[in-house]
Design a protein around this ligand. Structure first.
Ligand code: AMP
Length: 216
């Protein structure tokens, strides 16, 4: 099954994507994580995109599609994938369709994470992650089971994303509204979009997604 998680930054795509990976046994592809890895490893691409990411702007469609093409075509994803944070523009959506058509595949389902601005800002301001394995947490509703120790790798160092500051968040929201939100209409017209109400707690959102998948 090939799934897209579509929604604004902070709507919970990462958290829900991580649990879907386990329940569906297919892997998630997060272009945000891929780009942050490039920045952390100080690669040429990392140096090129660092300031774009921290200011909250979008990286060019060309760069994203090159990263995505290599990943999707690798054998790890032949049983399916969950796209988190991509596509983020009409150009990326069309390129993705062409890329998938070329390998006789297509998107089966788009989960649209619908959320109000207040809940969104609250989520972003509370989130943090394990510096070792990248597992996401949130001060308000998802802390490690043992305080100060990552549930997944046992690591004890946690960080806040560099772009989770108010200026960058404002820019990311305006990029989302102007470039990404039109994709809701694009996928609705294809008949593969399903709405998820994300103004609820994480467990309820997970349950709603499970139901949507069962009825798909
Ligand atoms: P995310 O972790 O998905 O919120 O992405 C963090 C940042 O990486 C974004 O604010 C963009 O600067 C960049 N980025 C991630 N995915 C994309 C994409 N599909 N298109 C353009 N820029 C992206």
């Amino acid at each position: 099954m090939n799934i897209i998680l579509l929604g604004p930054p902070g709507s919970g795509k990462g958290t829900q994507g991580e649990s879907l990976e386990k329940s569906l046994n297919i892997k998630r592809i997060s272009t945000g994580d891929m780009l942050r890895n490039e920045v952390n490893s100080n690669s040429d691409l990392g140096k090129q995109v660092q300031s774009i990411i921290s200011s909250g702007r979008l990286v060019s469609d060309d760069v994203i599609m090159r990263l995505l093409e290599l990943t999707i075509k690798s054998s790890e994803y032949e049983n399916g994938f969950i796209l988190d944070g991509v596509p983020r523009s009409l150009g990326q959506a069309v390129s993705l369709d062409n890329l998938l058509e070329g390998i006789s595949r297509s998107i089966d389902l788009v989960l649209y994470f619908s959320i109000s601005d207040e809940v969104l800002i609250d989520r972003i301001c509370n989130r943090y992650y394990c510096a070792n394995c990248g597992t996401n947490y949130n001060k308000a509703y998802k802390n490690p089971k043992i305080q100060g120790k990552c549930d997944v790798c046992g690591g004890g160092e946690f960080k806040i994303r560099e772009d989770d500051n108010i200026d960058s968040v404002k820019k990311r929201m305006s990029e989302y509204r102007s470039k990404t939100e039109p994709l809701v209409e694009y996928y609705k017209n294809k008949g593969i979009l399903k709405l998820v109400n994300c103004d609820q707690d994480v467990e309820k959102i997970s349950k709603d997604i499970d139901l949507l998948l069962k009825n798909d």
